[in-house]
Ligand binder design. Structure first.
Ligand code: COA
Length: 244
């Protein structure tokens, strides 16, 4: 079953989602598996196949010239997008989504969906994922404690998925702080606290979006193309900066 977009990344990105508990299009089963997943459990294989199916559908919706294009897999696990495109894939046990965009519009994007964690999970993982101020900001935006923790976790996963393919750098959860959560606009702002690369120095601000739709929290982040106005604020720029 196809469902509408999880987060409003911007008109320039196209997202396709599937609920895995519903009957799936037959093309999902035809998606080939990479060598690393040939012996994976059936649910993981299904998640991979459904993610690639969503990615291919989203690419075709973006532009028909991408119909039939394959989305590979890098050694890092990141998807390899057809030339001229970029995107991101996420899945939970029963939900899969892929978002894609043209590189003339978008340099990179990251999406993440997480099932809302239990209270004990939130308590056990709290220090690993962020500080109390971050969840407090999400609480102030109307989220429950468990939703707030899940949101902070998911937002950071989206940021990692967006930045890692262009920086090649691994990031710790404390390398990013969620500084602002706007309940009305369903947007958030995050600050990078450690220089990740020349393009993403300490204090860089990133803007993302989110949706709390039980039982999930969806988050997304998108970097507009360097050739356009950027959604992120470089600390040295004194304003919104066009990426060079
Ligand atoms: C790789 C990672 C981001 C996956 O996130 P997850 O919530 O566990 O799983 P999701 O289902 O949402 O996403 C899985 C998809 O992410 C994509 N992915 C995997 N590695 C990736 C990478 N390095 N860069 C971008 N996307 C990646 C893949 O498409 C994968 O699905 P597939 O294998 O079926 O193609 C996560 O496991 C991880 O290693 N995170 C690093 C730590 C981190 O996020 N720190 C926060 C720093 S701010």
């Amino acid at each position: 079953m196809h469902v509408g977009p999880a987060v409003h990344l911007a008109a320039r990105a196209h997202e396709v989602r599937l609920l895995l508990e519903h009957p799936l299009p037959p093309e999902v089963a035809q998606v080939g598996l990479p060598p690393g997943l040939e012996r994976a459990v059936p649910r993981r294989q299904l998640q991979f196949r459904a993610g690639r199916y969503c990615a291919m559908k989203a690419l075709t919706a973006l532009d028909h010239r991408f119909e039939g294009c394959q989305v590979g897999r890098a050694a890092s696990g990141a998807p390899c997008w057809p030339d001229g495109t970029t995107g991101s894939i996420t899945h939970t046990h029963d939900f899969v989504s892929a978002a894609v965009a043209l590189t003339t519009d978008v340099d990179a994007l990251g999406i993440d969906t997480e099932p809302i964690v239990s209270e004990s999970q939130a308590q056990d993982l709290a220090d690993l994922v962020g500080g109390p101020d971050e969840t407090a900001r999400a609480r102030a935006a109307g989220m429950s404690e468990n939703e707030a923790f899940t949101f902070v976790f998911s937002a950071k996963e989206s940021i990692f998925k967006c930045l890692h393919p262009i920086t090649g750098e691994y990031m710790d959860f404390h390398d990013v702080v969620i500084e602002n959560v706007d309940a009305h606009a369903r947007t958030f702002a995050a600050r990078i606290t450690r220089t990740v690369s020349r393009r993403f120095p300490r204090q860089t601000m990133l803007n993302g979006c989110f949706e709390v739709a039980l039982p999930w929290v969806h988050t997304g982040i998108l970097l507009p193309s360097s050739r356009r106005d950027s959604h992120y604020h470089h600390p040295d720029s004194g304003g919104h900066r066009t990426l060079a």
